[in-house]
Design a protein around this ligand. Structure first.
Ligand code: CA
Length: 228
């Protein structure tokens, strides 16, 4: 194992399935990331303290402790970005994955290109200033620096929280986000308004943007922005 050569930093891959792990490693290395690949949770937690890890790709089904537990323990001591790998049709798992502090998730089977794209998207987001200046979802365009939103090239006036909520949703296109998570990330944990606040702001966004298909209600789970 050689660390420190590639330019993209080191990605810790925690995956017990040989085929998936080696595919992920190949594609990440091709994109100039160093890859540290481990098959079990405890080992991964130990390695995390030994190397400067830029991002963790974490499978949920592991031979020892599961990915959720690994994620919780990582979060207890580090804000390193985490992308979780989930089995198909595990909707509650996806939500839970984000609620234990993961930044994104990918459902198996996934294309390695998609994974690399997600890795880069999460890193851009985390790195702040280098993140995409604009978010595009159909004809809805969000400009982060100017905090401006246009729909079909017409400016739309949003409040600060509406803007933050829209940005967070569009940063996680296709991901189901619970009301609690949205409340936490957009308003902060201590906000006393309750999850009803989220519903009110989503309704306002739908009305102002005039694109009801952009933010979808996922019954019993929360909201998601349609993937573009
Ligand atoms: Ca597995």
């Amino acid at each position: 194992m050689e660390l420190g050569r590639a330019t993209g930093g080191t990605i810790l891959v925690v995956e017990d399935e040989q085929a998936i792990g080696s595919l992920v490693r190949t594609y990440l290395e091709r994109d100039s990331f160093n890859v540290l690949w481990l098959r079990a949770g405890e080992e991964a937690l130990a390695e995390l303290d030994r190397h400067p890890i830029r991002l963790v790709i974490l499978d949920i089904g592991l031979p020892d402790i599961d990915g959720f537990e690994v994620c919780r323990r990582v979060r207890a001591r580090s804000s390193v970005p985490i992308i979780m790998l989930t089995a198909r049709d595990e909707e509650p798992d996806r939500v839970a994955g984000l609620e234990v502090g993961a930044d994104d998730y990918l459902t198996k089977p996934f294309s390695p290109r998609e994974l690399v794209a997600r890795v880069k998207a999460v890193l851009r987001r985390v790195d702040g200033p280098t993140q995409d200046a604009s978010l595009v979802a159909g004809d809805v365009i969000v400009r982060r620096d100017g905090r401006e939103v246009t729909v079909a090239e017409e400016a739309v006036e949003l409040t600060g929280k509406e803007f933050d909520l829209l940005t967070f949703l569009l940063d996680h296109q296709g991901v189901v986000l619970s009301r609690e998570l949205l409340l936490d990330r957009v308003w902060g944990l201590t906000y006393p308004g309750g999850t009803r606040t989220v519903d009110v702001h989503v309704a306002q966004l739908r009305r102002k943007l005039g694109r009801p298909e952009l933010i979808l209600t996922v019954r019993g789970s929360g909201y998601k922005a349609a993937r573009h």
